[in-house]
Design a protein around this ligand. Structure first.
Ligand code: SAH
Length: 213
């Protein structure tokens, strides 16, 4: 697992691209500059790792586009020690960004192959999530709730109620909602039954799946 000066240089260029698209959060940009994205991808895609694009990983899934990862991470407004739930561990790249931001990370993945692979891989890079879970993200993780923020990294046809219910007061849910194309949506919990909703631009994700495969 090599991280060369060339990779680091390419990462700096990637940070500039992400910045030029409007991401300003310094901690998020630092995380992108630091994390060796090429190591999260299958080797045939090594040359592409620092393009601002999504790429295939195992189990017909994708590692999200860096801009999308940065945009969602910025919306979460993570502070050190925040308890954060991620739905869709995938390659673990977004998980690593959350760890770099100082969050206590819980992440759920429903593809066993990815769950196993990423559970082994992340600690090798020094990223220790609080818990990686093989399960269904639609249900959230009620035994660890409430969360300061929840991030969904797959396209959700609707907003799962358990995720809203598992937010702390003041907590933030960032979720791409839609079928073919998704609208990035932020919910901030203002009170026990009160949520403020803000919509951002359109994005494309692999679908958040309800039933097994
Ligand atoms: N954050 C990941 C993105 C992976 S793509 C990364 O940066 O690599 C979205 C992931 O969500 C896929 O790995 C997919 O298997 C997973 N997923 C889809 N439906 C899910 C569900 N119901 N619960 C948990 N994970 C799900």
């Amino acid at each position: 697992m090599k991280d060369t000066l060339k990779h680091q240089g390419l990462r700096q260029q990637l940070v500039s691209v992400v910045k030029s698209k409007g991401v300003t959060d310094e901690n998020v940009l630092k995380a992108i500059a630091k994390i060796p994205r090429h190591l999260f991808m299958d080797s045939s895609f090594l040359d592409h790792a620092y393009q601002d694009k999504a790429f295939p990983i195992a189990a017909d899934q994708t590692i999200s586009q860096p801009y999308t990862v940065a945009f969602q991470s910025e919306l979460l407004q993570i502070k050190r020690g925040h308890k954060v739930l991620e739905i869709g561990t995938g390659s673990g790249y977004q998980t690593a960004v959350l760890c770099e931001l100082g969050a206590q990370v819980y992440s759920i993945e429903r593809q066993r192959e990815l769950f196993k692979k990423t559970s082994k891989f992340l600690p090798k890079l020094g990223y220790r999530a609080r818990k990686l879970i093989f399960g269904d993200g639609y249900k959230g993780l009620v035994e660890e709730a409430p969360f300061d923020s929840i991030i969904v990294t797959a396209g959700a046809p609707f907003v799962p109620k358990p995720l809203l219910a598992q937010l702390a007061i003041g907590g933030r849910l960032v979720i791409p909602v839609g079928d073919e194309v998704q609208t990035m949506t932020l919910f901030v919990r203002k009170g026990p039954k009160e949520f403020e909703k803000t919509e951002f631009g359109e994005f494309r994700f692999v679908p958040l799946l309800e039933d097994k495969n």
